[in-house]
Write a protein that binds this ligand. Structure first.
Ligand SMILES: NC(=O)c1ccc[n+]([C@@H]2O[C@H](COP(=O)([O-])OP(=O)(O)OC[C@H]3O[C@@H](n4cnc5c(N)ncnc54)[C@H](OP(=O)(O)O)[C@@H]3O)[C@@H](O)[C@H]2O)c1
Length: 287
């Protein structure tokens, strides 16, 4: 922690970490570092910590107290509790940076060109993996921007996803989405890039395929022939964007669904839950 302060030379905060998951946290500021000016002791804040991380310092939010760069923090939306806020940062920033605003000009580890969000108003957007952490927020943000959303997930998520704004639902355990979806403007895949070439046939020429996990994707040539843009990016910590996206949590436009909560001391149980898959929303540890 001391190294982080010297490395970044940024104002730091020490938080009492009330609820956290992996890189994400929500808690209360309990002390200020030298030069810290944007927040005060007692502020309730949330953040994605140091991601992509500096390997020398680590970024674990599995802690009761943590030092954090003030540029990564935003005030917690007052309309949600610490559990919901702790569930938001990485998934919400991922959706924001894919669909709304990349927010930085850092090199993209997945491709040579900058990821560019596409206009969504009046468009048809298919979200694959729509019941998961990234997926359920992608459904809501695309809907908020005026898209018609098709959600692809296992059947247990259907009523939730329709409630969150999906206009159509495909149960991937019963039907291959590419057999029934057609003329889609954008597919955002929040499952597994390796298997995503099959989605090219549902996208219109001029449309786009956004791969949240692009590893193993092998359809670049076919996509180029079809006039489809394939793009990905790596999420980055960004307090300003969390503040902006937080307004959607504040007014209830976007809801963070909590799959389950565990005490910090039971973190291994949380990992067992995660390894069983079919997660609906987020898992949160409470410190
Ligand atoms: N680029 C980045 O910076 C970035 C940031 C965050 C996450 N990611 C990556 O994005 C992916 C998703 O992350 P996440 O946190 O949202 O994961 P998650 O919470 O585990 O969600 C994945 C969802 O996919 C569903 N699913 C599994 N197989 C499916 C299939 N064949 N078809 C449709 N849905 C299927 C699962 O539930 P059901 O099977 O019950 O539907 C689950 O709800 C991961 O690979 C993660 O590493 C990348």
């Amino acid at each position: 922690m001391f190294d982080l302060f010297r490395l970044t030379q940024q104002p730091q905060y020490t938080l009492m970490n009330i609820a956290s998951l992996g890189t994400d946290l929500s808690g209360e500021v309990v002390a200020l570092g030298d030069g810290a000016s944007r927040f005060s002791v007692g502020d309730n804040v949330y953040a994605m910590v140091r991601f992509p991380k500096d390997l020398r310092t680590g970024n674990s939010a599995y802690a009761e107290y943590i030092r954090i760069d003030e540029n990564e923090l935003a005030l917690k939306p007052t309309g949600v509790d610490h559990v919901q806020a702790a569930g938001a940062p990485m998934s919400l920033l991922t959706v924001w940076q894919f669909l709304i605003d990349l927010g930085h000009d850092e090199p993209n580890p997945f491709q040579s060109f900058r990821h560019e969000p596409v206009p969504l108003r009046g468009k048809t957007v298919l979200v694959n993996g729509a019941g998961g952490a990234v997926g359920h927020l992608a459904v809501q943000v695309a809907k908020w921007k005026g898209a018609r959303v098709i959600a692809v997930a296992s059947g247990k998520h259907e009523s939730l996803l329709c409630d969150l704004g999906a206009e159509a639902f495909i149960d991937h355990t019963m039907t291959a989405a590419e057999d029934v979806a057609k003329h889609v403007d954008l597919v955002i895949d929040a499952v597994d890039g390796a298997n995503m070439k099959r989605f090219l046939s549902v996208i219109k020429p001029g449309g786009a395929l956004f791969l949240v996990n692009p590893m193993g994707f092998c359809g670049h040539e076919e996509a180029a022939d079809l006039g489809i843009t394939v793009s990905s990016t790596q999420v980055r910590s960004n307090g300003m964007q969390l503040a902006e996206a937080g307004r959607l949590l504040e007014d209830g436009t976007v809801r963070v669904v909590i799959d389950s909560t565990f005490a910090l001391a039971q973190a291994s149980d949380a990992h067992h839950r995660a390894s069983r898959g079919s997660i609906q929303g987020k898992i949160v540890l409470i410190a």
